[in-house]
Structure formats: structure tokens, C-alpha cells
Write a protein that binds this ligand. Structure first.
Ligand code: BG6
Length: 482
């Protein structure tokens, strides 16, 4: 493990933000403790709240204890704490960047990563001021959190500004779904198992379903979320990435550009959902009050105390117009305050063309779950043992789960932060991916703005509005209930 020890200065803008405390610092704590980050690395938390080093460390410790819970270890923390530095910066004030310069100029580390976990409106200004103070070295990388902008136009403006200061190969646009082991496993499953290779197309697959449901509401993020909604928060990035990994052709290698080239081809082949299809192919909805785990929870409008036409749920039927997927629907749904937290992909194969049995033959399904638990299950038909004259069949589940020989499951951000530190961009989004995904989702959002599909509602604690079942039923299909 020690040959993989990386030494870097990791500067986090938004260092005291929710993402930083909830995901980034815990991920760095694990990377340091697991021996991936040299203990001479430094983590510099940038905040707009003035405080001294001791107060900062006390805050970090309190948050780490809370978010790591039983994974927190006092002894390990005392070593990790030496990596933590605090720096006050107001993102738009030139003079305050001197504080960061003082810290970085004193560093023994050659390598620098700037992680921008702020509103994307600040990305351009931050990069500009980093340049003004001569803080960007040739090898420095910048990480951009999603969403980058609110639509194609604003995303282009932000990306172009950042590109004035960093080359494309130094820009790491993060989508944390790509850091999940099960999501990466889609590549392994598809491209290292010959049995799936000839089956993975429109001739053999009837349709694909993707569900990303969450039981949480928008919590303290109402203001932010209300500007974005489920389409920009989940579909434009996480869901589009999953569609790409499921649908793409085999890349010639796992080289970053080889993989990204194939993903972009999928995005380029997405059939536009235009105004004539919007009503049949899209559903948007907002949660109203209901019950989750037996507890009454409020509706979206009550949560924010405001009127709003922001969707907290989206379901789409989409098509990829290429040779492999011709007319094979991908049904996707995602939403807040649904019955449970569940991330699941269902590949439903076609029915056998002719049956010689009396029993009903269920089409085979490959079910890939990655939250709350990770599992891969293949549903197959099987003879019920016994002496019946007529053979009876039943569906059995073949569990394809690898034995877990790891003690702790790595979090997506551990993998992605380590990849940034070791300068491997394969699991990050290239500019054209982000822009193509915006272009496609903008179309739908604009049609919604023109009121082509009314906002529906769904009860908190349900799996969305009833129209999602009707959309499937119309096609003679149904949702696999998680
Ligand atoms: C984030 C969204 O990108 O993903 C959140 O902004 C959402 O709204 C989260 O809750 C879901 O991530 P995960 O890993 O919990 O499925």
C-alpha cells in the first residue's frame, strides 16, 4: 500500500459546507488512515466565516464524530488532525486570497488540488483569483462539483471561465455516482463476462428500468433545491451517467478519453423528447404530506413555506436511437420523500419466443441494486422438483454477489478524491458530456415551462404519482417494485 502514498495540498473551497463535513473530510480521513495519503499532505479548508485554527479543528472533530459515527477513532483522528488547516477567504475579494498564498507558499508539497464545493456561480471568480495570486501550478487540478450551471447556457459560461485558467485535462467534473463500486461494476459486468456480450441489445432486452428513490425530503436545502428540482439535481447528471454506462459500446481501453468518447456517443444518440412527446414520455410531480416509516411528514410546499413549481419527482421514458438500442425503452424515475431509499437498475430480457410448458414463463431479469444494499440478482425459470407429470416451473433468483472480503465499504468520494489526487480522470465528466446532457434535459425543462405537462402530486411515502404505472401499463409493462 505504501508505494501508493500520495502527497498533496488539497484546498477545499466551501470547506465548512455540508458536502465537505458530510462526505469530503470523512473520505480524506479514511484515505489518510488507510495509508493512501501521506501524513505530510495538507487539507486546507476555505471558509467565509472567520475563526482561528483551534476553533476550526474543534469544529472538524465534532462534525467527523457525528458523520463517521462508529468509524470515528480518537487515536486515528489525532494523526489526521495534523493535516487540517484553516483559511479565511471571501471568494470575490482579491486581498483575502493572500491568506491562501501564505499557506501554499510555505508548502513542501509540489502537488495541488483545488476542490470547488461552492455554488458554481463562484467557480470563475475563484479560478481567476487563484491565477492572480499565482497559485495554480502546471500540474494543479481543479474539481468542480455538480450542478455546473442551471442549463446549457449558464454551464457553458462557467466552464468557459474555468477553462481560461485550467486546461481541460486538469478539470475534474465530479458526479459521485461514478465513484460507487456497483456503478463501476457495470463496466466489469458488461465487458468482462462474455455471456452478457451477445445479449446486451435490442434483440434480447425488452427494456431497462432505473429507479433512484429517496425517502428524505430536501432537508435544509429547500432554497437551493427549489432553483434546480429533480431534473437538474438527479437526471442531468446521475441518471444520464447510469444510462451511458448501461448503453455504451465497449471502449477500446479504460483510458479516460476512450470511456468518455463512448459515453458521449450515447448522449448524442438520445432521442429528443420534443413537445409532441412530452406528455407521453415525461411525468413531473411534487410531494404532498404523507407518512414515511409510520411518521407523518410535511409536503414540499410546507417544507419551504412558499409557492413553487419545482418538481421533486421525475419519470421519463427515453430512447437511444442507435443500432444497438433501436426502440428499446429506458424508463427512469427519481424523487424525494418516496417510500424508501433505493437505487436499482432492472434489465428486463425479452420473453422466450415460444413456450413448451404449461407454466407461465417470466422473462429473465437482471437486477442491479446499489443502495441501500449492493446486490446483483439474475431471475431465471427453474423446474419445481417433483414427480408431476406436467413439468412445473418457478422463478428462482440467482445471487451474483461477490464474497465481501473488505471490512469497510469505501464511500464514492473516497474513490473519486483518490483519483483526483493520483490524477486519473476516467471517472470524471468531460466538457462535452456535461453539455450534451444539459442540451437534452433543457429541451424537456423548456417544454415543461410552456406547460406542456402539468405538475402532478404524489403522497410522501409513495413511489410517485399513479401516472407512472399508467405510463408503463400503456406499453404492456410494469415497474419492478423495490
Ligand atoms: C446528490 C443530490 O447529488 O445526490 C442530492 O444533490 C441527493 O439531492 C444525492 O440526495 C443522492 O446521492 P446518494 O449517493 O445518496 O444516492
Amino acid at each position: 500500500m505504501f508505494e501508493n502514498l500520495y502527497k498533496s495540498d488539497i484546498v477545499i473551497f466551501g470547506g465548512h459546507g455540508d458536502l465537505s463535513f458530510r462526505k469530503l473530510i470523512p473520505a480524506l480521513y479514511h484515505l489518510a488512515n488507510d495509508g493512501y495519503i501521506d501524513l505530510n499532505s495538507r487539507i486546507i479548508l476555505i471558509s467565509r466565516t472567520k475563526m482561528n485554527d483551534d476553533k476550526n479543528k474543534a469544529l472538524v472533530k465534532e462534525k467527523l464524530k457525528f458523520f463517521l459515527n462508529k468509524d470515528f477513532c480518537e487515536e486515528k483522528y489525532s494523526k489526521f488532525e495534523n493535516l487540517i488547516n484553516y483559511c479565511y477567504i471571501n471568494f470575490t475579494e482579491n486581498d483575502t486570497f493572500v491568506n491562501l498564498k501564505n499557506i501554499l507558499d510555505n508548502s513542501l508539497n509540489e502537488d495541488r488540488v483545488f476542490y470547488l464545493s461552492t455554488s458554481s456561480d463562484f467557480y470563475g471568480d475563484i479560478c481567476k483569483l487563484l491565477t492572480t495570486h499565482n497559485l495554480i501550478k502546471v500540474s494543479s487540478r481543479v474539481v468542480l462539483e455538480k450542478p455546473i450551471g442551471k442549463d446549457l447556457k449558464s454551464s457553458k459560461l462557467i466552464n468557459n471561465k474555468v477553462l481560461e485558467y485550467f486546461n481541460e485535462d486538469k478539470i475534474y467534473r465530479i458526479d459521485h455516482y461514478l465513484g460507487k463500486d456497483t456503478v463501476q461494476n457495470l463496466l466489469a459486468l458488461r465487458f468482462s463476462n462474455q455471456m452478457f456480450v451477445p445479449l446486451w441489445d435490442a434483440n434480447n432486452i425488452d427494456h431497462i428500468q432505473i429507479t433512484l428513490s429517496e425517502s428524505v425530503g430536501v432537508e435544509s436545502r429547500w432554497e437551493f433545491y427549489n432553483e434546480y428540482g429533480a431534473m437538474r439535481d438527479m437526471v442531468q447528471n446521475h441518471l444520464m451517467q447510469l444510462v451511458c454506462l448501461l448503453a455504451m459500446e465497449r471502449p477500446y481501453s479504460l483510458d479516460a478519453n476512450a470511456v468518455r468518447d463512448e459515453k458521449v456517443k450515447v448522449l448524442n444518440s438520445l432521442r429528443n423528447i420534443d413537445e409532441k412527446d412530452i406528455a407521453n414520455h415525461t411525468i413531473r410531480a411534487q410531494y404532498t404530506k404523507g407518512y414515511i416509516d409510520g411518521k407523518e411528514v410535511s409536503g414540499y410546499l410546507e417544507d419551504g413555506g412558499n409557492q413553487s413549481d419545482t418538481e421533486t419527482f421525475v419519470s421519463l421514458k427515453l430512447f437511444i436511437d442507435n443500432f444497438r438500442w433501436s426502440n428499446t425503452p429506458f424508463y427512469i424515475r427519481t424523487g424525494k420523500r418516496m417510500a424508501n431509499k433505493n437505487s436499482e437498475i432492472v434489465i428486463q430480457f425479452k420473453s422466450v419466443p415460444h413456450s413448451i410448458f404449461d407454466s407461465y414463463i417470466m422473462p429473465n431479469k437482471l437486477i442491479i441494486s446499489f443502495s441501500p444494499d449492493e446486490s446483483i440478482t439474475l431471475n431465471l425459470m427453474h423446474k419445481i422438483p417433483g414427480l408431476d407429470e406436467k413439468m412445473k416451473l418457478q422463478e428462482v433468483n440467482l445471487e451474483l454477489n461477490p464474497p465481501r472480503n473488505v471490512i469497510r465499504k469505501n464511500e464514492a468520494y473516497e474513490r473519486l478524491l483518490l483519483d483526483v489526487i493520483r490524477a486519473n480522470p476516467t471517472l470524471f465528466m468531460r466538457l462535452d458530456e456535461v453539455e450534451r446532457a444539459w442540451k437534452w434535459t433543457d429541451n424537456i425543462i423548456n417544454a415543461w415551462k410552456n406547460n406542456m405537462t402539468p405538475m402532478q402530486d404524489y403522497k410522501a411515502g409513495s413511489m410517485g404519482p399513479s401516472s407512472i404505472y399508467a405510463m408503463m401499463a400503456k406499453d404492456g409493462r410494469n415497474w419492478h417494485e423495490c
